[in-house]
Design a binder for this molecule. Sequence first.
Ligand code: ZN
Length: 74
Amino acid sequence: MKYKRELACVDCGSKDICFGYAGSTTNVFVPSGMIVFHGFRTRSYVCLECGHINQYLPEDKLIKLRDRFKRRVG
Ligand SMILES: [Zn+2]
């Protein structure tokens, strides 16, 4: 499995993107049906080409979520 994915704008495919956090308070993704203490803090980026803003979970959090999800299902 390839872990180092290169993020690109989902709208126009540009790699000219600026990373940051969206919102005045930090956006947190809380998976339904799971007890997590703080949720998973999301990261955002804005495309400098078309202005599209997208949110995603950083890889370390994604790995944790996968782990939790597997344990819940299996
Ligand atoms: Zn774009």
